[in-house]
Design a protein around this ligand. Structure first.
Ligand code: SAM
Length: 263
């Protein structure tokens, strides 16, 4: 299987087009984390726009943001001058260290062996807080797979593996199995997005990036451009635009797990 996330290039500015909507789950996750950690690692920190949420909640903590994208880490470093924050370019699967809290927003769905990685991280911290999207069976993704299966796109996507979601019960099972206390829940946000082809605008900043980048965008064929047109048309039908915006229902899974210190 090609290593999609690591080959993929992120565009921090495009990702930040929906910064409020993408940041809200992180704020809600942080509210459920108990205690007062002195050291925090934010895995898959992205462009660093969420670091201030950690800082507001824990004013004295030392914070390390880790991300495997050079573009994201550069943007995070440029935009943040908090002396208590460091950013590091590293893969979460290989990262080693210790922190009282390891938190991660919208990253683990990109990590193919995420459950093994989480088990390893559980030896390096006492609290893990995780949010992942669980929208892989939503039209935004099923339509992407449907269009990708058509010719001429399928011929260019021979080795491509589409990602699948991980349900809340899998994380519950993992942490409860380790003997940890688990607080897990699911939420479906109803995002109201402005503008034309708003859902395409959303997914092209994140979930659809690997497939778009796997397709050749060169003239004269511009396979990628043609794919985009077909995918956009399918999305317009599935997510009708209203005068006041386009509704994108978006399911997310949240987990706050703590080692039980009394056993
Ligand atoms: C959807 S963005 C989320 C960014 C930020 N946490 C947020 O919520 O806005 C996913 C981030 O995870 C990073 N990422 C993906 N796989 C990773 C890995 N194996 N190790 C570290 N970071 C990873 C990407 O580079 C990207 O910045």
């Amino acid at each position: 299987m090609p290593d999609v996330p690591r080959l993929m290039k992120w565009d921090p500015e495009k990702y930040l087009d929906f910064a409020d909507e993408r940041g809200r789950p992180f704020a809600e996750l942080v509210q459920r984390v108990p205690g007062d950690p002195n050291t925090i690692v934010d895995l898959g920190c992205g462009p660093g726009q969420l670091t201030r949420i950690l800082r507001e909640r824990w004013p004295a903590a030392r914070i390390l943001g880790v991300d495997s994208s050079g573009e994201m880490i550069d943007k995070a470093g440029r935009d943040n001058n908090d002396p208590g924050v460091t950013y590091e370019l590293a893969d979460a699967s290989a990262w080693t260290g210790r922190a009282e809290l390891v938190i991660s927003n919208a990253m683990f769905q990109w990590v193919p062996d995420q459950l093994d990685v989480i088990r390893r991280l559980a030896t390096m911290t006492d609290t893990l807080a995780i949010q992942v999207p669980n929208n892989f069976d939503a039209p935004s993704h099923t339509l992407m797979r449907e269009v990708a299966a058509r010719s001429p796109y399928a011929e260019h996507l021979n080795n491509f593996t589409f990602r699948t979601g991980t349900g809340v019960e899998t994380y519950l099972d993992l942490f409860a199995g380790l003997g940890w206390a688990v607080d897990a829940w699911e939420t479906t946000y109803q995002h109201i997005l402005p503008g034309e082809d708003a859902v395409f605008g959303w997914v092209s900043g994140t979930g659809a990036r690997p497939v778009l980048q796997a397709l050749p965008g060169d003239v004269p064929d511009d396979i990628r451009g043609k794919f985009e047109q077909e995918y956009k048309a399918a999305l317009r039908e599935a997510y009708p635009a209203h005068a006041w915006g386009t509704v994108l229902p978006f399911a997310r899974v949240f987990v706050v797990a703590q080692r039980r210190l009394d056993v």
